[in-house]
Design a protein around this ligand. Sequence first.
Ligand code: FUL
Length: 484
Amino acid sequence: MGARLTRRGFLLTAPACPALTFGVPSAPPAPYGALPSKRQLAWHELELYAFLHFTVNTFTDKEWGYGDEDPSVFAPTQFDPDAIVSALKAGGMRQVILTCKHHDGFCLWPTKTTGHHVQKGDIVKAISDAARRQGLKFGIYLSPWDRNNATYGTPAYVDIYRAQLRELLTLYGPIHEVWHDGANGGDGYYGGAREKRVIDKLAYYDWPKTWDLVRSLAPDAVIFSDVGPDLRWVGNEKGYADDMCWEAYDPVGPNGGAPAPGFTRDKDGQVGTRNGSHWMPPECDVSIRPGWFWHEAENDKVKTPRQLMDLYYRSVGRGGSLLLNVPPDRRGLLHENDVASLRDFGIMVRDTFAHNLAANAKIKASNTRKGFGTENLLHGDRYTYWATDDGVTTADVEFHLPEETTFNVVRLRENIQLGQRVDAFELYRFAFGKWEMFAREASIGACRLVRTKNPVTTQRVRLRIAQAMACPALSDFGLFFEAS
Ligand code: FUL
């Protein structure tokens, strides 16, 4: 992969870099630390996608169904998968993950593994078809905890869980994400037993075997759980990562790796692990409403476009993704308030990032690796990049804009195919005859958005790479103005 991209980088940079006419470009920098897989790279490019929480709870006004619900209570009156997906698309969502089965055990598709499923039609098929029709990827949430199933807690249930996965991964086209929820065990209906069942969270499910099954049936799917293997839970359900957030992680739990001393997993999910052993970026999940499911009483508690935008900066803008839940109501539609908020949020994101105000800047760097010129910073391609020579881990890059410009968002990306390399950076504007720092941050990774408190006006901007583990390899620099 490296060779192809290097070649591409070379071809793109050649006309603008006279050194190349005479000299041979340097070899690309050696990758540093944990690296993303191909499927993780594709996932990083999604950035923003949706959750649909939909089950019997929608009709019983609960968050966690007990498992004794009559399947006939699930009866949407105007279910319109295309209307749902187009509202999500208007909000900028590039994938949709459906709760095919939540903790109550009710399956949204006519599974052969239990009678506890939709009485009419197939919600999984309808949503996955609509998603594909409208160009969104599709992912599945399948709760391991099943409060309906009589066999929950015995080995037989684990086979049922895998059989359900098999159905979902073979009957509904390519699946791009598989979501294994972390809430596990407790009281439930369990086929009428109505008791508490406690399982050993780490051993009971034998996750490595289940993940092998997912890999074999859905090779492009990233797998989410509290601890990977592909994505980590960010440690809160509020939709944000820490300001300093690393893509790598030292996992604890079922996919190996002993818990590091003093690890509090939640906090570590938000921060990640600098120089961690696995590339395991954070997925920041949050609901557009207080609950995950639709409740009449929450129709006026829908997050505003402004609130969603702030979460976008704090998730996508910190190297993770924003997984935004928008729950269908009893009609089988998204509520008007949710649709309006999504639409305006989508407009905000699109308008803000429509034009890179640095696009026509002249760029000067204190050091440039031969063949990896600064013009790559403005191509908008994540994998062509500016780099410094080996051993040069601090550098200044100056952007001279055609005219005095006002912006309040700065975007940076590392070429993450080479790992996460930068540890600290600073941003300066030139004003009143001197350089003035307006931001100092740590991590970059797949995407770093710096939203300044006040608009910055200047004709010259300086990016200082203040610290890095290896020579920096940056693929993007953008200046934007968010009109709020
Ligand atoms: C949690 C679940 O218990 C919630 O109901 C919801 O599905 C959320 C995304 O994950 O663990």
